[in-house]
Design a protein around this ligand. Structure first.
Ligand SMILES: Nc1ncnc2c1ncn2[C@@H]1O[C@H](COP(=O)(O)OP(=O)(O)OP(=O)(O)O)[C@@H](O)[C@H]1O
Length: 252
């Protein structure tokens, strides 16, 4: 199995009779950025939920740096260095953008971490600036727009110094100019050794960011390849379009 930071072996998940993940296996190395792709409903978010401890799996094994984290609580998995963002991030009403970002420095937004004296350092200002949030830094985080909440959730996750960052559709609702900035920022963290697993529909973003893509269709892995190889992969093209398509005729 490729990858020694995160390893999934035969991981399964069903909702009632609906098998959403069917014995999926893949891995991720430190400093690697992998796209988790697939059509709507193919099981991408479910995979992130199971990996990050937000949903129990029904079978298989998940290891992070060799430690078995299968069905371990989300909080303990975060403590191991796996941090995730959500498709629709919710923000606390009583904290400003700056305070939310500061709470991220501890790896979680627990009460204890929030009660510690705030340490406003250079990295915090850099993240605010990089994600174009400086002008809203002292507003309540809950008052941000949907796109700004997305940016703040990614910045906060980075601030917690993860070993593995799992991003669920980080660019949805984000302006195209900022998507390019996000690629640059995420690559900077990759160069420091952070691994990133990203669920995303924006293929331009995926091509610029990822060295590898794992493609799910109806809960099965149908491809594990470089982004440039996707459009020549008949199973991938068929999964997206629902029928066999002549090779090379589709831009994914
Ligand atoms: N809590 C749940 N209870 C029942 N079914 C669920 C639950 N969560 C997800 N599903 C189902 O599992 C399937 C996969 O959902 P999932 O959200 O993982 O897909 P996805 O690939 O992330 O889709 P999208 O790209 O649309 O976000 C869907 O058919 C969904 O309805």
């Amino acid at each position: 199995m490729a990858g020694n930071l995160l390893e999934l072996k035969d991981v399964s998940k069903a909702f009632g009779a609906h098998k959403v993940l069917d014995r999926i296996s893949f891995g991720l190395s430190a400093g690697e950025i992998v796209g988790l792709l697939g059509p709507n409903g193919s099981g991408k978010s479910t995979a992130l939920n199971v990996i990050s401890g937000f949903l129990p799996s029904d079978g298989g094994e998940i290891r992070l740096e060799g430690d078995n984290i299968t069905n371990v609580s989300a909080q303990r998995i975060t403590g191991h260095g796996l941090v995730r963002t959500f498709q629709l991030p919710s923000m606390p009403h009583r904290m400003t953008v700056r305070e939310v970002l500061q709470a991220g420095a501890s790896g979680n937004a627990s009460l204890a971490s929030m009660l510690k004296p705030f340490r406003f350092d250079d990295e915090l200002d850099e993240l605010l600036e990089s994600f174009r949030l400086t002008h809203v830094a002292d507003l309540p985080a809950s008052a941000l727009s949907g796109g700004q909440k997305k940016l703040l959730s990614v910045a906060t996750a980075l601030r917690s110094k993860p070993k593995l960052l799992c991003l669920d559709e980080p660019t949805a609702g984000v302006h195209p100019n900022l998507r390019a900035d996000m690629v640059t920022i995420l690559k900077r963290y990759r160069d420091k050794g952070v691994a990133i697993l990203v669920v995303e529909h924006d293929m331009l973003f995926i091509r610029e960011l990822c060295s590898r893509c794992v493609v799910l269709d109806r809960g099965e892995i149908i491809a594990d390849c470089a982004p440039r190889e996707l459009e020549d992969n008949a199973r991938v093209v068929e999964a997206y379009l629902g029928k066999a398509v002549e090779k090379g005729k589709v831009a994914l």
